[in-house]
Design a protein around this ligand. Structure first.
Ligand code: GDP
Ligand code: MG
Length: 679
């Protein structure tokens, strides 16, 4: 029947009933072990059975109907001797899968010494080989062989016992597994001697053989029953009682096939605990050891098996894993932040470990554990670059997003720089941390905090740069405002020369500057500017304001502009009387005095304009001078010299120019009297 069955704690789906029963010669006449057992076990459909399979082998003299029995019991296809030729058929060791049963059956070459001359060697080797793997050893013998202590059978059993001591001696002492069932099948049982008597005779013989063995001292007290369970059964003559033979064989078959049978033979304690997918490798190793006459050390064999199989299983898991991991390698290397990478990585990793655990956990625990750790290291060494790549890409994209958010945030008119930075920074770090955490693989020893710190530093640099740019922009804006605000007042004051002219200009300047400074400070608050930066910015602001003022003054006192101011001033005094009425010169008028007076009054303006100097000393403005320093990028700035509007020489030059203009007015005035006389 199909369905699930629990065998030795392992759940397995029973193999298909139509599984192949093709046989295979696993050891040939030349004592060579086959290369095809692994593939054959696969074909039999047993490879994935774990521990849910059994192994049974048969021993006995040649031509005692062993192959015939196995074929009847298990539905195997071993060769049976042709009655008419009567020659030996089974050479070496054959194996076949039981029909509808998860059983591997071994048919071992008849061993009574006659078939291979005095080849006791092969007998010993096959005994070792069978015991190392079989749960049940069927000992097949004719009824008339019972009690013949000198018979070939007894020699064989002695060999089996000796070999067993070597293999499982210590194990039995530990109380661990290593028990084997010896099932005696007495053939051509006539019935005259009851089975119980035959059983007693055989048991006595076996114990006698056991006593006669030379055992190592530490195993001296151990009894036959510490290693073996004994079972006995008899079968009628196959030809003389054909029907009875058939029915009893069927009954015996049930004891192998039906787990619920009260005398079910495959007890878990006999199992040699070799996972089905390791049987081929294990048997080959055993045969190799047997062949080279090395001491057969089963624990070592099982460890070797475990190493080999765990490596194989691990390699399969790893290659599937690598295939999966490869899919995301390129995008990560290309700089992409792969959505859900952590989830994928965790799934690949879990898959690989699950695959490994499923098959490898049946093997030697220590080896399984070590290889598992190796596998984890291999998995993580593949994942680690993906993780680091993802972090790097995440870092880059978060930084780009941060810059963009900063630019967008600083675009409008009214914003708080500090708020814009804080918001962008929070989002940037939040996105990074979230992405980094997603990419983590639990219990891999990875961290992303260092990368976050790097990102924070770069964000800081960007924010700082933005702040500097913003400060610069703001200073320029304030400077433009200053220029706008001083332009008109300065023009006005300079066009109305008076003693207090500079006081008024400086007064205006101070007011404008002071407003500018508080404008700066109130904006700078949201920029998180440092005290030092504020000091520097304010100094820059004052200097720029002063230079703006100076530029305006220069514009207003440029040669032509200044000369026209002088001309106006002169004209107002020379061509108009005190009440602002244009003068019409008469011959008697004292043109000379009027001219001189107007000219002197006008020339007084030259020293007034030539230097910025208020009447009220408290209005005097001052800036620290700077010496030129090519390293600091500062030009020479001598405040004192900026107070000078024009130099002594310039003053003389302007005075002379003005004189010529004034003279022209004088001549014109003179001429006008002449012409009025002439009329
Ligand atoms: P093996 O060499 O032990 O594998 O023996 P085989 O199974 O090849 O059988 C040897 C011969 O014994 C064949 O001719 C069988 O027909 C015959 N044979 C098989 N079973 C029995 C049996 O139960 N009783 C007798 N008398 N002959 C049998
Ligand atoms: Mg045979």
């Amino acid at each position: 029947a199909t369905g699930t069955a629990t065998v030795n704690g392992h759940v397995s789906v029973s193999s298909p009933l139509n599984g192949s029963t093709e046989r295979i010669q696993i050891v040939d006449e030349e004592k060579k072990f086959t290369l095809d057992l692994g593939a054959q076990i696969e074909k039999w459909g047993l490879r994935n059975e774990g521990f849910a399979y059994n192994i049974v082998s048969v021993f006995g003299s040649q031509s005692t109907g062993k192959s015939t029995l196995l074929n009847r019991l298990f539905g195997t296809t071993f060769d049976v001797m042709d009655e008419t030729k009567r020659q030996q058929t089974t050479k070496g060791i054959w194996m076949c899968r039981g029909k509808d049963m998860s059983v591997m059956v071994m048919d071992v070459e008849g061993t009574d010494g006659r078939e291979r001359g005095e080849d006791q060697d092969f007998e010993r080797k096959s005994a070792l080989f069978s015991l190392a793997s079989s749960e049940i050893l069927i000992v097949n013998l004719w009824e008339h062989q019972v009690g013949l202590y000198q018979g070939a059978n007894m020699g064989l059993l002695k060999t089996v016992f000796e070999v067993n001591l070597g293999l499982f001696g210590k194990k039995a002492k530990d109380g661990t597994s290593g028990r084997t069932l010896l099932l005696f099948v007495i053939r051509d049982h006539i019935g005259q001697t009851p089975l119980a008597n035959l059983q007693a005779t055989l048991t006595a013989d076996l114990n006698r053989i056991w006593e006669s063995l030379s055992k190592p001292t530490d195993l001296k007290d151990l009894k036959l029953s510490d290693y073996f369970d004994l079972a006995f059964t008899a079968l009628p003559h196959k030809i003389l009682s054909a029907d009875k033979f058939e029915s009893e064989v069927q009954q015996l078959r049930t004891r192998f096939a039906d787990k619920s049978s009260p005398d079910y033979l495959f007890k878990p304690v006999y199992h040699k605990r070799i996972p089905a997918d390791g049987v081929a490798f294990y048997m080959e190793g055993i045969w190799e050891q047997v062949q080279t006459n090395k001491d057969l050390d089963l624990p070592t064999q099982q460890e070797l098996l475990a190493q080999f199989r765990c490596d194989e299983i691990s390699a399969v898991a790893l290659s599937e894993f690598n295939e999966q991991a490869k899919s995301q390698k390129r995008p990560v290397e290309a700089g992409k932040v792969v959505e859900g990478l952590g989830g994928m990585m965790r799934a690949w990793r879990t898959d690989a470990l699950t695959r490994y655990d499923r098959d490898a956990s049946r093997y030697h625990k220590g080896v399984y554990g070590r290889k598992r750790a190796d596998l984890i290291a291999a998995l993580d060494s593949t994942l680690s670059p993906l993780f680091l790549g993802q972090l790097k890409n995440l870092h880059k994209s978060c930084l780009v997003a941060f810059k963009k958010e900063m630019l967008d945030g600083l675009r409008g008119e009214s914003y708080s720089f500090a708020d814009v930075v804080a918001k962008a920074r929070r989002r940037c770090e939040g996105n990074f941390s979230e992405g980094a955490k997603e990419a983590l693989v639990e219990d891999a020893d990875w961290s992303w905090e260092d990368e976050l710190q790097l990102l924070q530093e770069e964000v800081g640099v960007v924010a700082d740069q933005c702040r500097k740019d913003e400060t610069k922009k703001m200073l320029n804006q304030i400077e433009r405002n200053i220029k706008k605000q001083i332009s008109e007042p300065v023009e006005l004051h300079l066009s109305r020369p008076s003693k207090g002219m500079w006081d008024e200009i400086l007064q205006t300047f101070r007011e404008v500057l002071s407003k500018a400074e508080s404008a700066y400070l109130s904006k700078a608050k949201s920029f998180d500017c440092t005290e030092e930066e504020n000091t520097v910015s304010l100094a820059v602001l004052r200097k720029r304001a002063w230079l703006a003022l100076r530029a305006k003054i220069d514009e207003q006192t440029a040669d032509q502009a200044f000369l026209s101011k002088l001309r106006n001033h002169f004209e107002e005094r020379f061509r108009y009387d005190e009440s602002g009425v244009p003068r019409v010169w008469k011959p008697d008028d004292d043109i000379d005095s009027a001219f001189k007076k107007a000219k002197d009054q006008t020339l007084e303006l030259v020293p007034l304009y030539s230097r910025i100097s208020p009447e009220d000393d408290s209005l005097a403005f001052s800036l620290p001078s700077e010496s030129s320093d090519s390293l600091a990028g500062t030009d020479e700035f001598d405040f004192e010299s900026t107070l000078l509007v024009f130099s002594e020489t310039k003053a003389v030059e302007l005075t002379n120019k003005f004189r010529k203009d004034a003279d022209a007015y004088y001549v014109e005035a003179k001429r006008s009297t002449v012409s009025s006389v002439a009329q």
